[in-house]
Write a new protein. Structure first.
Length: 100
């Protein structure tokens, strides 16, 4: 699993659960939160694919959700949308020859 904020790769031992107080060793945010859950989807109702889950207002805070499943990939990047768009534009135009 990767930290939702910094992208740090967290290697979980087989069968090890993420507990409410567990934090990222790099940026110290909570790991057991909606943003690190496989069921999290910002476009879904209550922003979760589990219909029986209670609504969580702060998706970054640790919670006691019994449906938590550590996500394999990040749905939230540590980079802002503007920075991401700028990088994509730079990548798109870097192969064009300069007019010098």
């Amino acid at each position: 699993m990767k930290c939702h904020r910094c992208g740090y790769e967290i290697i979980l031992e087989p069968g090890r659960k993420i507990f409410r107080q567990d934090i990222c060793p790099k940026c110290e945010v909570y790991l057991r939160c909606c943003l690190n859950c496989k069921l999290y989807d910002p476009l879904a109702w209550k922003e979760c694919h589990e219909p029986q889950a209670e609504r969580v207002n702060d998706k970054e805070m640790a919670n006691f959700c019994e449906y938590f499943i550590p996500a394999d990939d990040n749905k939230v990047s540590g980079v802002s949308r503007a920075d991401d768009a700028r990088k994509k534009l730079d990548d798109l135009f870097k192969n064009f020859p300069s007019k010098e």
